[in-house]
Design a protein around this ligand. Structure first.
Ligand code: PEP
Ligand code: MG
Length: 609
């Protein structure tokens, strides 16, 4: 609470996941080891200090070896950076010099190492050869590892935090976020990030209130500070005053009550006022989340992001492990459908930071289906597991990041081969699956007619489609203001996809975050999309929105929207048409809000752009 010395500070960020929480801050300071002080070592203790340094170096070398050896063969090429560091570890420039400084200056090992590294950094950085200049980062990373061992700092392991705290970090990777469990962490705040970054998506699925892109939260907030996190408006309040605390506590209770009221109606079918049935499904990242989809009245799983089972672990899962997880999900949902998306690894979901895929431009790199087609053994393992799990219910398969028709042809061939291998071995499987393509790359939109010839359904991935169409990194807060699902360019693309799907008799669904915001629902229904998949907690709100719409009104609305030239104008059209209905959801916001504050907003429910 604020007193005379601590003033209330308000930080504005992006509302990544709804909910309000009040609690103590827990700072995740990945760069904490930078704060190193110098202290003298008595001459008689220098030998001990040297031993301490050598032990930290040995530990660093053992850690590097373990990571290299535990990296799946498939990712071995990515360990070259670590191998370089392993070679550098006993280099006389780093190791020898640090020992010399400890001996000559009689100082602590941390200080000696820091001094040597900053000297080396300046030498490397002055070199003309870019390759040698880059080696500076190898030295720094290696020195960080040794330093962590010297000061006894731990690498970030969220799973080990066991207080009910609000996490404050510069950034969290999707893998780190997926380790968060509600019983340990009330919410999180990051300096960086965007709304449809995978970190934000996971927070919504796990129902953890979150604010991302909160500027310099890590510089402003200190450990144990009392903070309020409002994930509905994207506001963070440090050192709240007594009256602010009371206001937010009331707001929190009101939010929970409203959410509960909407959730109570989640089992009712999603039927428009004029009788059109719409399917509302859930997106999941981990098998356990299937329970949330069932509880929120979902009509199935429209997107199972399977890559999280490959992350934060030294080895890729084997076929039996995948089969177990997939069959659990399929059995819980049966007879409702489960759409399993094949591995969408890389991009912002490299298997781990340490053996991370070192691409200059990962969003445009070896991601999704491109990766799978280049690693047939990894792909085959997953396809066999999916085919086996399909025995237990209705499974659909979907390929991510498709840019050209041939990728679908090749992926289908791999699926056929996987089925043939199971048949040969006499293993039970079901290959009577519908095959879908995630439409999330602009070339796939343009070539939708050709891709339709190879697919039973399209599912529109607006998160990436917006990223690639408008050239906006979905994780970059500096361009987050341009990330608008209602941008006319996106609307025209959706229109093209749905038109082509209609002509080619291919079903069309949506599983991008656009589907989770009720303001988009009339547009999506008007385009003829009648299967929407989203983070599970958004399901009740979207169902209620559908129950408030006349489908017959939505087609003319789309026609009108398509004539408009800006996202603001399209947003205003929707707000003016559906403002009254939408005001119901003000405090139970669920997802990818597009960015203009609503006229009909209720007092006190400020929404962040
Ligand atoms: C998308 O891109 O819209 C999508 C659904 O996939 P992901 O968010 O996992 O990239
Ligand atoms: Mg995508």
């Amino acid at each position: 609470m604020s007193d005379k010395t601590t003033k209330e500070i308000v930080l504005e960020g992006i509302n990544a996941s709804p909910g309000i929480c009040i609690g103590k801050a827990y700072l995740v300071d990945k760069e904490g080891v930078d704060i190193i002080s110098r202290y003298p070592i008595p001459k008689a203790q220098v030998t001990n200090e040297l031993k301490r340094f050598k032990a930290a170096v040995k530990k660093a070398r053992d850690e590097l070896r373990a990571i290299i050896e535990n990296t799946p063969d498939d990712f071995r090429q990515q360990t070259s950076i670590l191998e370089t560091q392993e070679v550098l570890i006993k280099d006389k420039l780093l190791y020898g010099k640090t020992i010399a400084v400890i001996e000559q200056e009689c100082v602590n090992a941390e200080w000696a190492l820091k001094k040597v590294v900053s000297h080396l950094k300046s030498i490397f950085q002055e070199m003309a050869d870019p390759y040698l200049r880059e080696r500076a980062s190898d030295v720094v990373n290696l020195a960080d590892r040794i330093m962590r061992n010297l000061v006894g700092a731990k690498q970030l392991n969220i799973d080990k935090i066991d207080k009910r705290v609000i996490l404050v970090a510069r950034d969290l990777s999707p893998a780190e976020t997926s380790q968060i469990r509600l019983e340990k962490i009330k919410g999180f705040i990051t300096d960086k990030g965007g709304k449809t970054s995978h970190t934000g998506i996971i927070a919504r699925t796990l129902e953890i209130p979150a604010v991302v892109a909160a500027g310099d939260a890590t510089a402003t907030i200190k450990n144990d500070d009392l903070i309020i996190l409002d994930g509905i408006t994207g506001t963070v309040i440090n050192h709240p005053s007594e009256s602010t605390l009371v206001k937010y506590e009331q707001r929190r209770v009101r939010y929970e009550r409203q959410k509960a009221a909407i959730n109570r109606r989640s089992r009712l079918p999603a039927k428009t006022l004029d009788g059109q049935s719409v399917k509302v499904l859930g997106n999941i990242e981990l098998p356990e989340e299937v329970v949330a989809v069932v509880n929120y009245g979902g009509d199935g799983i429209g997107l199972y992001r399977t890559e999280f089972q490959y992350m934060s672990r030294p080895r890729f899962p084997d076929e039996d492990e995948l089969y177990d997880k997939y069959s659990d999900v399929v059995q819980v949902m049966a007879p409702k459908p489960v759409t399993i998306r094949t591995l969408d690894i890389n991009g912002d979901k490299a298997i781990s930071a340490e053996n991370g895929f070192n691409e200059v431009n990962p969003a445009l790199g070896l991601r999704g289906i491109r990766y799978c087609l280049q690693r047939p053994e990894v792909f085959r393992t997953q396809l066999r597991a999916i085919l086996r799990a399909a025995v237990f219910g209705k499974v659909q398969i979907m390929f991510p990041m498709v840019a050209i028709q041939r990728e679908v042809v090749q992926a289908k061939k791999a699926l056929e081969e996987a089925a043939a291998s199971l048949a040969k071995e006499g293993v039970p499987f079901n290959d009577n699956l519908e095959i879908g393509v995630l439409i999330e790359v602009p070339s796939a939109v343009i070539m939708a007619d050709a891709i339709a010839e190879e697919a039973d359904f399209f599912s529109i991935g607006t998160n990436d489609l917006i990223q690639y169409t408008l050239a906006i990194d979905r994780n970059n807060k500096n361009v987050a203001h341009l990330f608008r699902a209602l941008d006319p360019a996106i609307l025209r693309m959706l229109k093209h996809i749905t038109d082509v799907a209609g002509q080619k008799n291919v079903k069309v669904f949506i599983c991008g975050e656009m589907a989770s915001d009720p303001i988009h629902t009339p547009i999506l229904l008007g385009l003829g999309i009648n299967e929407l998949s989203m983070n599970p907690q958004a399901i009740p709100t979207i169902k209620q929105m559908i129950r408030s719409i006349n489908i017959s009104d939505t087609k003319p609305l789309v026609e009108e929207a398509l004539k408009l030239k800006s996202a603001d104008k399209i947003f205003a059209l929707l707000r003016d048409t559906y403002g009254d209905v939408l005001s119901e959801f003000n405090r139970t916001d669920t997802g990818a809000r597009t960015g203009v504050k609503k006229k009909t907003r209720r007092k006190g429910a400020k929404r962040k752009a």
